[in-house]
Design a protein around this ligand. Structure first.
Ligand SMILES: *Cc1c(COP(=O)(O)O)cnc(C)c1O
Length: 393
């Protein structure tokens, strides 16, 4: 029987009931401007302060270290541009990042190259883990900032952020991590994790699109990206999006509680990985164990990922492909290419990103539905016929 299975949670997530319930009274009643001195403003300010304190508690940091932004992309831009431009004044004009970052980081780095900064794009091994020797050799006392994502959005590989931060700090560089995919998957305790800045985004964890956050450790000073009024300690102007900020606080609290269910999510992920990698000429992309709990990314030879996506869509399964994450382009994913996956295999890669809401029945449905599609698509191409004839299946 046909089902609807949403397996594209790395692209975005539905806003949860709890988050909507928390936001609704703020839309309806607490619409004041937190900067206003009258009762309506003070009431909004109190809610803003409380949301910030709740988030600080989730991460074991100070409320004053939390800055609300409009999205993950803005947080990435602000952290890297703000640090680079500030530290350039001290002669630090070098940035270290990885080859597999999200476009919000990569394109920020390209923009800074045009401003005169030099950028080292560190390579990864076949599992998508940053090459530590290459990283260690790249960071110098000219390095302003090391920007390495906590976990990759396409292949799910989790980086050894602790060690990377040590390398950055040993040379006096700031450590920034894009944790948009990691939050809710790994426990992030900022009293222990020695990063200077960390970015996250609401819509990847069941809060709405249009709310993001940047953690900036006390004592770290970066240039502003958005100038204007005095909001966010005069560092990020714009009247606060109070309903979404409250929604983000709730989403982060829920995500932290649900860390207890991560082994269960991993179990479902592994069922899927096992079933799909049993098919001939298929291979798991990314790391087998250092991997986001909801991420499955499998490459199928002799297949176009886009055709597979369309057939899965017809069957009610939403997923994405190994083409660029801004899927308008048909270039193979820069992440898979950086892992050394050849073009033709990168083209046949499919990402299924499941969530705590995904049921075992949903997994069963994917396991029943996907293999016949693979077979059907392969049977359409002459090359596959030759493979079958030669007895290599
Ligand atoms: C989604 C995503 C972003 C961008 O977040 P937006 O809120 O959509 O701007 C940045 N980095 C990673 C790793 C992501 O997955």
């Amino acid at each position: 029987m046909k089902r609807f299975v949403y397996a594209d949670n790395a692209a975005t997530t539905p806003v949860s009931r709890e988050v909507i319930a928390e936001m609704t009274p703020v839309f309806e009643s607490f619409w004041g401007n937190p900067s206003s001195l009258h009762a309506k403003g003070r009431e909004a300010k109190a809610i803003l302060d409380s949301a910030r304190a709740r988030i600080a508690k989730v991460f074991s940091c100070q409320p004053s270290e939390i800055y609300f932004t409009s999205c993950g992309s803005e947080s990435d831009n602000w952290a890297i541009k703000g640090a680079a431009r500030r530290l350039a004044k001290k002669g630090k004009t070098h940035i270290v990042t990885s080859a597999i970052e999200h476009p919000a980081v990569l394109n920020t780095c390209y923009a800074l190259e045009k401003e005169g900064f030099t950028v080292s794009f560190i390579g990864v091994d076949e599992f998508g883990t940053v090459k530590m020797d290459e990283l260690e050799a790249a960071v110098t006392d000219k390095t302003a900032i090391v920007a390495i994502m906590y976990a990759n959005n396409e292949i799910g590989t989790i980086q050894p952020i602790e060690k990377i931060a040590e390398i950055a700090h040993a040379k006096g560089a700031l450590m920034f991590t894009d944790a948009v995919q990691a939050v809710g998957n790994v426990d992030i305790d900022l009293s222990k994790l020695k990063v200077d800045m960390l970015a996250l985004s609401g819509h990847k964890l069941h809060a709405p699109k249009g709310i993001g956050m940047l953690y900036i450790r006390k004592g770290v000073v970066i240039d502003n990206l958005v100038d204007g009024g005095g909001q966010e300690s005069r560092k990020r102007a714009g009247t606060e999006n109070l309903p979404y900020i409250v929604g983000l606080a709730k989403a982060l609290e829920v995500a932290k509680e649900k860390l207890a269910d991560i082994p269960e999510l991993e179990r479902k992920r592994d069922r899927l990985i096992e079933a799909l990698t049993k098919l001939p000429y298929s291979k798991l992309n990314g790391h087998r164990t250092e991997r986001l709990a909801g991420n499955v990314n499998v490459g199928f030879e002799f297949i176009e990922g886009e055709s597979m996506l369309l057939w899965l869509d017809i069957s009610g399964i939403c997923c994405s492909t190994g083409s660029a994450c801004s899927s308008a382009s048909l270039e193979p994913s820069h992440v898979l290419l950086a892992c050394g996956v050849p073009h033709e295999k990168a083209h046949g890669s499919v990402r299924l990103s499941i969530s705590h809401e995904t049921t075992d029945e949903d997994i069963d449905y994917i396991i029943e539905t996907l293999p016949p599609i693979v077979e059907k698509l392969r049977n359409m191409i002459p090359l596959w016929e030759e493979v079958v004839k030669s007895g290599k299946v």
